[in-house]
Design a protein around this ligand. Structure first.
Ligand code: CTP
Ligand code: MG
Length: 549
């Protein structure tokens, strides 16, 4: 074929990319449908997506690649089920084959490139590069393939878009449409996990790498980080009692005195492997002394900031719980989305770790508020636990993580409030919340007496002795409260103002809340922070790393 003559696929060894500073903000996803739209259980989605990712490859190509010819060329290896292009540091294609055998066929055909003045590590990954001979790759193609966006639209454009909507409820829907993780972005997230699994499999052949956090919990925004969990529980013959006779694997005898020490050594070698052999993985940092040890790196072809953890099953359960809450009623995701976006604009949250409120804490705060409505919008975690069947039982490291996994077993709630009322109510609720005395607790759905002296106490839903917001200092909490007061006031103003009409109406409602206003307590707070001595900033950064996850 035409491509046979002109192109060849090479296994790509990315050495040429430069580490760029990546800025990350957070949010949403498409699988998480609510009960009215047809629903799938969390585990079923995970399995389906993982299997899809196993049959997929990531190909770096020319920006003017002729899509039709490209796909025809690849189809020598088997039927293609799905594909899309996107732009990151160059143009990339995600190609999903109908059958796993196509990957083997493709690998048979690819060459390990010889690079002048450099030696390459002979590792065949599923990150490939389509090499072409000059401009001949683009006959009749001026435009190149249509690329699917993997990043959010600029804030100014979002504000304009929202200002044209006729109600706050419509504004929230519009915000979700513009910012939430897309179908393609979700595919890419699972594919990157699958690529990482291939690398980790060099040490642990039956391992699995699964996404958790906002990539899968229904609250992910385009551009949010990719939290990954190296799962070794599926390794056959694991967790069985030592037999009295017969063969046992010698490597099982390699022991350490704590689970944590084992996790650290596993992540240390896998991190090393990612650093040395992981195509496209740059800026690898091993943060092994954190409460939850992790390896952090950038995956450049996908533009994802990745956090790889191991032995982190509770966080996986937390992701499932958030997913379930998000599916109970469309307003849950809508409100979380609006609040997270508002918080990011006003620097309540940040892409860098520090003494501020995290997106995760904020999400739990929204859930708690929804449980505290006069007519609750969502049930308590204790209630979800009471609905669990035998198959839902889950105890992880002594923590009871049991809750119902089937949405149809949960009675819909009678709350009929609009998103406008709920958003306004959120700001009022936290403007007057007794943070000094009370702890936020979604298990009980009721504030509890604070067990320790900290500015903000949010009980971890499963590891109940942990405070999710341990990192938050008093100044950051004060800013949050001040901004909530301002938000409530702004929304009330919006209700009394006549809305602008015409081509470019002035921001109102949610759009007005997203305007980063100069002189707000948020901005003042930021300036004050900047004057902190460097030692304080470093201390708070170190603290936050310690508390990470
Ligand atoms: N997590 C936790 N306790 C914390 C922080 C995190 O249990 N103190 C778990 C949660 O399940 C969370 C996941 O780790 O969803 C990932 O953490 P993080 O990336 O900080 O939060 P996300 O929910 O992914 O939000 P973001 O979009 O900001 O990444
Ligand atoms: Mg995350």
């Amino acid at each position: 074929t035409y491509f046979d003559q002109l192109s060849r696929l090479n296994v790509l060894f990315i050495t040429q990319y430069q580490v760029k500073e990546l800025r990350w903000v957070n949010y949403f996803l498409t699988d998480a449908q609510t009960r009215s739209e047809g629903w799938k259980a969390f585990d079923a989605i995970q399995l389906e997506r993982q299997e899809q990712a196993e049959r997929s490859v990531l190909i770096s190509c020319h920006s003017k690649t002729n899509e039709k010819k490209f796909l025809k060329y690849l189809s020598i290896h088997g039927d293609i089920k799905n594909s899309f292009f996107y732009e990151s540091y160059g143009t990339y294609a995600v190609v999903e084959f109908a059958n796993q055998e196509s990957i083997a066929s493709l690998h048979e055909a690819v060459n390990l490139p010889v690079v002048s003045n450099e030696s390459v590590v002979p590792f065949k990954s599923r990150l490939l590069s389509l090499r072409s001979l000059g401009a001949a790759v683009v006959p009749n193609s001026q435009t190149g393939p249509k690329c699917k966006p993997q990043a959010t639209i600029p804030l100014t454009e979002l504000i304009q878009r929202l200002s044209k909507e006729e109600s706050i409820d419509h504004q929230v829907t519009s915000l979700m449409k513009a910012y939430q993780v897309t179908e393609e972005n979700t595919r890419l997230r699972f594919l990157v996990c699958s690529l990482l699994k291939d690398i980790a499999a060099a040490y642990f052949p039956e391992c699995n790498v699964r996404p958790f956090g906002s990539s899968v919990n229904g609250f992910g925004k385009l551009g949010c980080d990719l939290d990954m969990f190296l799962d070794l529980d599926g390794i056959s013959g694991r967790n069985v009692a030592m037999p009295k006779a017969g063969l046992v694997l010698e490597y099982q005898m390699k022991r350490s005195n704590s689970e944590r020490a084992v996790t650290q050594s596993i992540l240390s070698v896998v991190g090393e492997c990612v650093d040395r052999f992981g195509p496209g993985c740059v800026g690898v940092q091993k943060i092994l002394n954190a409460r939850c040890p992790l390896v952090r790196f950038s995956h450049q072809p996908s533009n994802f900031q990745c956090d790889l953890t191991a032995n982190n099953r509770v966080a996986m359960k937390t992701s499932e719980l958030l997913y379930l809450y998000g599916c109970l009623d469309g307003r849950v995701r809508g409100l979380v989305f609006a609040v997270r976006c508002w918080a990011r604009v006003h620097s309540v949250t940040s892409s860098i770790p520090g003494a501020w409120i995290s997106n995760f804490s904020l999400t739990v705060m929204v859930l708690f508020y929804l449980q505290r409505r006069a007519t609750p919008l969502i049930p308590t975690l204790d209630h979800l636990r009471s609905l669990a069947g035998p198959a839902d039982k889950s105890v992880i490291e002594g923590n009871d993580c049991t809750f119902v996994s089937d949405l149809s077993k949960i009675q819909p709630q009678d709350n009929t409030e609009t998103l406008e009322q709920l958003l306004c109510g959120f700001f009022h609720f936290y403007s007057t919340f007794p943070f000094a005395r009370k702890s936020i607790n979604i298990r009980k759905g009721k504030e509890q007496t604070k067990p320790e002296v900290v500015p903000l106490h949010i009980q971890n839903p499963f590891e109940v002795s942990l405070n999710v917001s341990k990192n938050v200092n008093a100044a950051q909490l004060e800013r949050f409260v001040a901004l909530c007061q301002e938000g409530a006031w702004q929304l009330e103003q919006s209700a009394t103002l006549t809305r602008g009409t015409g081509h470019a109406p002035s921001p109102w409602g949610l759009a007005a809340l997203l305007v980063p206003a100069a002189g707000t307590p948020g901005i003042k707070g930021r300036k004050k922070r900047k004057r902190e001595p460097a030692s304080e900033r470093i201390k708070s950064l170190l603290e936050s790393l310690k508390n990470k996850i």
